[in-house]
Design a protein around this ligand. Structure first.
Ligand code: GDP
Length: 238
């Protein structure tokens, strides 16, 4: 990748509740995420300061479910398939300096080409000009990875120097062997610098890895994290 970290001036305060122990998530900072705005165009986005991480994915890939699992909120990212809604960039604040941008995703044949072209134009500007954009979580259904939409996103990330982390979700739909095989195959075909992991919103497998990746992009320190959060029921807090 040409650049990994663009334009950011470094003035993000350390995250307060960052303590973790080696076997459990003591504090998931993304639980406190809250809805801010649905932006119909780039001018409506919050000021381009601090750190922003975008979630992208074809419709139905499992992006809303991944955001809901990450934030531990049942319906923060509403699951809606109406074409009108898919044109919006939905912003969730984690704190004053950190945001999630839920990008529109297409994949349905019924979305008119005119809309797709408009979206491509808006996204290109977003990728090239959004200084606070620290990374992109690219969500793919593990059974249907690397579709043209995904290749397009990877190529924009690469050309604009934005880090990309691929979330192969719905991993519970595959046995462990095939899921790992897909992970290896996807990793091999990613541009250099891009990373990938398996994930399941249903079983929460991979949640710890996702949190670690985000913590790194958002400059939130965490010494260690539980690899199997679903097995630590009753002990989670924060
Ligand atoms: P989006 O369009 O990318 O936001 O996709 P959604 O999050 O709405 O998910 C699309 C469908 O896949 C819904 O029926 C979800 O319940 C289902 N789904 C999402 N994530 C998972 C997962 O990890 N496991 C399983 N089994 N189903 C999932």
């Amino acid at each position: 990748m040409a650049r990994h970290y663009r334009g950011f001036d470094g003035h993000v305060p350390a995250y307060a509740g960052k303590q973790m122990t080696s076997r459990q998530i003591i504090h998931n900072p993304y639980r406190q995420a809250h809805y801010v705005i649905s932006a119909h165009d780039l001018k409506q986005l919050p000021q381009d300061t601090g750190l922003e991480v975008a979630f992208a994915g074809r419709s139905n890939a499992g992006k809303s479910s991944a955001i809901n699992t990450l934030t531990d909120q049942k319906s923060l990212a509403r699951t809606s398939k109406t074409p009108g809604r898919t044109q919006q960039i939905v912003i969730f604040d984690i704190d004053e300096q950190r945001r999630i941008a839920d990008l529109p995703g297409y994949g349905y044949a019924k979305v008119p080409e005119r809309l797709k072209a408009h979206w491509r134009h808006v996204m290109q500007i977003y990728f090239n000009q959004r200084t606070s954009l620290r990374g992109v979580v690219l969500v793919m259904d593990i059974r249907h990875p690397l579709r043209p939409f995904d290749e397009q996103m990877l190529s924009w990330c690469e050309s604009s120097g934005v880090s990309c982390h691929v979330l192969l979700t719905k991993a519970d739909k595959l046995k462990r062997g095939p899921a790992q095989a897909t992970l290896l195959k996807v990793r091999k075909s990613l541009p250099s610098g891009a990373t990938a992991q398996v994930f399941s919103a249903k079983s929460r497998a991979g949640l710890a890895d996702l949190i670690l990746q985000l913590n790194s992009w958002y400059a939130i320190e965490a010494s260690a994290i539980n690899e199997r959060p679903e097995s630590s029921k009753g002990s989670k807090s924060g």
